[in-house]
Design a protein. Sequence first.
Length: 77
Amino acid sequence: MVGADSRLYAYLWSKMYSQDIFQYLKTKGLTNLEAAKALRRWIFEPRGTYEPDVLVRNLLGRPVSLDPLLTSFGLSH
């Protein structure tokens, strides 16, 4: 059962990052070229060079937030 637990944890962790980045893109405009360039520069180009929280902080200018994930599940705090 440990394997399934760790996969669920990893899934939720990656969903937290993706939902926060998606919220950023929605705020900037999903077709905003500058936001797309920032995403490429801060997330896709460095790839695994840095820890995910560093990459996301570089893109968003702040630490990752749990709020977009909770909202995607229909929850908020």
